[in-house]
Design a protein around this ligand. Structure first.
Ligand code: FES
Length: 237
Protein backbone atom coordinates (compact mmCIF):
# COMPACT_ATOMS: atom_id res chain seq x y z
CA UNK A 1 0.00 0.00 0.00
CA UNK A 2 1.35 3.37 -1.03
CA UNK A 3 2.08 5.65 1.93
CA UNK A 4 2.07 9.39 2.52
CA UNK A 5 3.73 11.49 5.19
CA UNK A 6 1.89 14.33 6.89
CA UNK A 7 2.42 16.46 9.97
CA UNK A 8 -0.20 16.56 12.72
CA UNK A 9 0.39 18.90 15.66
CA UNK A 10 4.10 18.99 14.71
CA UNK A 11 4.33 15.18 14.71
CA UNK A 12 5.36 13.58 11.42
CA UNK A 13 3.39 10.43 10.66
CA UNK A 14 3.51 8.02 7.73
CA UNK A 15 0.21 6.33 6.88
CA UNK A 16 -1.44 4.47 3.99
CA UNK A 17 -2.68 6.99 1.44
CA UNK A 18 -6.33 5.91 1.85
CA UNK A 19 -6.36 6.94 5.53
CA UNK A 20 -8.43 9.81 6.87
CA UNK A 21 -6.89 12.51 9.06
CA UNK A 22 -8.69 10.95 12.04
CA UNK A 23 -7.03 7.57 11.43
CA UNK A 24 -3.64 9.20 10.95
CA UNK A 25 -4.04 11.20 14.17
CA UNK A 26 -4.92 8.04 16.06
CA UNK A 27 -1.77 6.40 14.75
CA UNK A 28 0.23 9.41 15.96
CA UNK A 29 -1.35 9.11 19.42
CA UNK A 30 -3.43 12.27 19.00
CA UNK A 31 -6.99 12.20 20.26
CA UNK A 32 -9.66 13.96 18.20
CA UNK A 33 -13.20 13.91 19.64
CA UNK A 34 -15.90 12.28 17.51
CA UNK A 35 -19.62 11.79 17.85
CA UNK A 36 -21.25 10.54 14.65
CA UNK A 37 -18.24 8.47 13.56
CA UNK A 38 -18.42 4.68 13.81
CA UNK A 39 -15.49 3.00 12.13
CA UNK A 40 -16.35 1.31 8.83
CA UNK A 41 -20.08 1.75 9.56
CA UNK A 42 -20.93 5.42 9.85
CA UNK A 43 -18.42 7.73 8.23
CA UNK A 44 -20.67 10.52 7.00
CA UNK A 45 -19.21 13.67 8.60
CA UNK A 46 -22.53 14.69 10.14
CA UNK A 47 -21.76 16.15 13.56
CA UNK A 48 -18.67 18.31 12.81
CA UNK A 49 -17.23 17.59 16.25
CA UNK A 50 -13.99 16.23 14.78
CA UNK A 51 -13.05 19.47 13.00
CA UNK A 52 -9.36 20.24 12.44
CA UNK A 53 -7.35 22.92 10.68
CA UNK A 54 -5.69 21.85 7.44
CA UNK A 55 -3.04 24.25 6.17
CA UNK A 56 -4.18 25.85 2.91
CA UNK A 57 -7.86 24.89 3.34
CA UNK A 58 -10.34 27.75 3.54
CA UNK A 59 -12.54 26.13 6.18
CA UNK A 60 -12.11 23.69 9.03
CA UNK A 61 -12.37 20.09 7.90
CA UNK A 62 -14.11 17.05 9.38
CA UNK A 63 -11.18 14.77 10.11
CA UNK A 64 -13.26 11.58 10.05
CA UNK A 65 -13.95 11.93 6.33
CA UNK A 66 -11.07 14.10 5.09
CA UNK A 67 -8.39 12.04 3.30
CA UNK A 68 -4.71 12.51 4.09
CA UNK A 69 -2.28 13.80 1.47
CA UNK A 70 1.48 13.94 1.07
CA UNK A 71 2.95 16.92 2.92
CA UNK A 72 -0.35 17.87 4.57
CA UNK A 73 -0.06 19.95 7.74
CA UNK A 74 -2.85 19.54 10.29
CA UNK A 75 -3.57 21.22 13.61
CA UNK A 76 -6.08 19.56 15.93
CA UNK A 77 -6.05 21.75 19.01
CA UNK A 78 -6.01 25.44 18.10
CA UNK A 79 -8.41 27.96 19.63
CA UNK A 80 -10.27 28.16 16.32
CA UNK A 81 -10.76 24.39 16.33
CA UNK A 82 -11.81 24.24 19.99
CA UNK A 83 -14.28 27.14 19.57
CA UNK A 84 -15.83 25.56 16.47
CA UNK A 85 -16.22 22.18 18.17
CA UNK A 86 -17.80 23.85 21.17
CA UNK A 87 -20.27 25.82 19.04
CA UNK A 88 -21.24 22.70 17.12
CA UNK A 89 -21.90 20.73 20.30
CA UNK A 90 -23.87 23.68 21.73
CA UNK A 91 -25.99 23.71 18.56
CA UNK A 92 -26.63 19.98 18.86
CA UNK A 93 -27.56 20.41 22.52
CA UNK A 94 -29.87 23.35 21.71
CA UNK A 95 -32.28 20.89 20.08
CA UNK A 96 -31.70 17.99 22.45
CA UNK A 97 -33.87 16.93 25.35
CA UNK A 98 -31.58 17.80 28.23
CA UNK A 99 -33.39 15.97 30.99
CA UNK A 100 -30.16 14.06 31.50
CA UNK A 101 -30.76 13.11 35.13
CA UNK A 102 -33.69 10.89 34.19
CA UNK A 103 -32.12 9.55 30.99
CA UNK A 104 -31.08 5.91 30.83
CA UNK A 105 -27.72 7.03 29.37
CA UNK A 106 -26.89 9.53 32.11
CA UNK A 107 -23.13 9.26 32.81
CA UNK A 108 -22.80 6.91 29.86
CA UNK A 109 -23.66 9.36 27.09
CA UNK A 110 -21.17 10.36 24.40
CA UNK A 111 -22.81 13.77 23.94
CA UNK A 112 -22.71 14.44 27.67
CA UNK A 113 -19.04 13.41 27.81
CA UNK A 114 -18.04 15.64 24.90
CA UNK A 115 -20.00 18.59 26.34
CA UNK A 116 -18.19 18.03 29.60
CA UNK A 117 -14.77 17.85 27.90
CA UNK A 118 -15.50 21.09 26.04
CA UNK A 119 -16.56 22.84 29.24
CA UNK A 120 -20.15 23.46 28.14
CA UNK A 121 -22.42 24.47 31.01
CA UNK A 122 -24.96 26.73 29.30
CA UNK A 123 -26.49 26.67 25.84
CA UNK A 124 -26.39 30.08 24.15
CA UNK A 125 -28.66 29.02 21.31
CA UNK A 126 -32.30 28.61 22.19
CA UNK A 127 -34.90 28.22 19.47
CA UNK A 128 -37.40 25.86 18.00
CA UNK A 129 -37.31 22.31 19.33
CA UNK A 130 -37.95 19.06 17.54
CA UNK A 131 -41.33 17.65 18.44
CA UNK A 132 -41.13 15.01 21.15
CA UNK A 133 -42.24 11.71 19.65
CA UNK A 134 -41.82 8.66 21.82
CA UNK A 135 -42.44 5.37 20.07
CA UNK A 136 -42.80 2.69 22.74
CA UNK A 137 -45.14 0.42 20.81
CA UNK A 138 -42.65 -2.28 19.85
CA UNK A 139 -41.83 -5.31 21.97
CA UNK A 140 -38.39 -4.23 23.06
CA UNK A 141 -37.15 -0.91 21.65
CA UNK A 142 -38.19 2.58 22.68
CA UNK A 143 -37.39 5.44 20.32
CA UNK A 144 -37.34 8.97 21.77
CA UNK A 145 -37.13 11.55 19.00
CA UNK A 146 -36.39 14.42 21.39
CA UNK A 147 -32.99 12.93 22.18
CA UNK A 148 -31.97 12.00 18.63
CA UNK A 149 -28.97 13.98 17.33
CA UNK A 150 -29.30 12.72 13.74
CA UNK A 151 -25.84 11.17 13.74
CA UNK A 152 -26.99 8.30 11.51
CA UNK A 153 -25.21 5.57 13.51
CA UNK A 154 -28.41 3.56 14.06
CA UNK A 155 -29.36 3.99 10.41
CA UNK A 156 -26.13 2.55 9.10
CA UNK A 157 -25.75 -0.21 11.64
CA UNK A 158 -29.27 -1.40 10.83
CA UNK A 159 -28.61 -1.19 7.10
CA UNK A 160 -24.98 -2.22 6.76
CA UNK A 161 -24.32 -4.54 9.70
CA UNK A 162 -27.67 -6.22 10.11
CA UNK A 163 -28.80 -5.77 6.50
CA UNK A 164 -32.30 -4.83 7.62
CA UNK A 165 -32.68 -1.09 6.93
CA UNK A 166 -35.58 -0.35 9.25
CA UNK A 167 -34.35 3.09 10.24
CA UNK A 168 -33.51 5.93 7.90
CA UNK A 169 -33.58 9.71 7.59
CA UNK A 170 -37.01 11.03 6.72
CA UNK A 171 -38.04 14.58 5.75
CA UNK A 172 -35.63 17.47 5.18
CA UNK A 173 -34.07 20.42 7.04
CA UNK A 174 -35.36 21.05 10.56
CA UNK A 175 -38.03 18.40 9.96
CA UNK A 176 -35.40 15.70 9.46
CA UNK A 177 -36.00 12.68 11.66
CA UNK A 178 -34.54 9.22 12.04
CA UNK A 179 -37.45 6.83 11.88
CA UNK A 180 -38.88 3.88 10.01
CA UNK A 181 -40.29 4.76 6.58
CA UNK A 182 -43.35 7.03 6.68
CA UNK A 183 -42.53 7.56 10.37
CA UNK A 184 -44.27 4.32 11.25
CA UNK A 185 -43.91 2.80 14.69
CA UNK A 186 -41.12 0.25 15.22
CA UNK A 187 -43.99 -2.12 15.99
CA UNK A 188 -45.34 -1.81 12.45
CA UNK A 189 -42.18 -2.61 10.50
CA UNK A 190 -40.21 -5.88 10.24
CA UNK A 191 -37.67 -4.99 12.94
CA UNK A 192 -35.94 -8.08 14.32
CA UNK A 193 -35.23 -6.40 17.68
CA UNK A 194 -31.54 -7.24 17.54
CA UNK A 195 -30.69 -4.11 19.53
CA UNK A 196 -27.74 -3.06 17.37
CA UNK A 197 -29.31 0.39 16.93
CA UNK A 198 -29.40 0.82 20.71
CA UNK A 199 -25.75 -0.19 20.99
CA UNK A 200 -24.77 2.23 18.23
CA UNK A 201 -26.77 5.19 19.58
CA UNK A 202 -24.39 7.64 21.32
CA UNK A 203 -27.22 9.13 23.40
CA UNK A 204 -30.52 7.91 24.86
CA UNK A 205 -32.63 8.22 21.71
CA UNK A 206 -32.97 4.43 21.49
CA UNK A 207 -33.24 2.25 24.53
CA UNK A 208 -34.33 -1.18 25.62
CA UNK A 209 -37.84 -1.47 26.87
CA UNK A 210 -38.00 -2.36 30.51
CA UNK A 211 -41.42 -3.98 30.08
CA UNK A 212 -40.14 -7.57 30.06
CA UNK A 213 -43.67 -9.02 30.13
CA UNK A 214 -44.18 -7.85 26.55
CA UNK A 215 -41.01 -9.65 25.52
CA UNK A 216 -42.27 -12.91 27.05
CA UNK A 217 -45.61 -12.33 25.28
CA UNK A 218 -43.88 -12.39 21.92
CA UNK A 219 -41.63 -15.33 22.77
CA UNK A 220 -44.67 -17.33 23.92
CA UNK A 221 -46.68 -16.50 20.84
CA UNK A 222 -46.62 -19.58 18.54
CA UNK A 223 -47.38 -17.38 15.53
CA UNK A 224 -44.20 -15.39 15.98
CA UNK A 225 -40.98 -16.77 14.53
CA UNK A 226 -38.14 -15.26 16.53
CA UNK A 227 -34.90 -14.84 14.58
CA UNK A 228 -31.76 -14.71 16.69
CA UNK A 229 -29.02 -12.69 15.03
CA UNK A 230 -25.44 -13.14 16.12
CA UNK A 231 -23.66 -10.18 14.51
CA UNK A 232 -20.99 -8.77 16.84
CA UNK A 233 -21.92 -5.76 18.92
CA UNK A 234 -20.72 -2.50 17.44
CA UNK A 235 -18.45 -0.16 19.36
CA UNK A 236 -17.08 3.27 18.57
CA UNK A 237 -13.42 3.04 17.57
FE1 FES B 1 -16.49 13.58 12.20
FE2 FES B 1 -18.95 13.59 13.26
S1 FES B 1 -17.18 12.56 13.97
S2 FES B 1 -18.20 14.72 11.57
Amino acid sequence: MEKVTLTIDNIKVEVPKDYTILQAAKLAGIDIPTLCYLKDINEIGACRVCLVEVEGARALQASCVHPVAEGMVVKTNTKKVRDARKSNVELILSNHNRECLTCVRNKNCELQNIADELGISEIPFEGEKTETVIDDQSYSIVRDQSKCILCGRCVNVCKNVQGIGILDFVNRGFETRVAPAFEKSMADVPCIYCGQCITACPVGALKEKDDIDKVWDVLDNPDVHVVVQTAPAVRAA
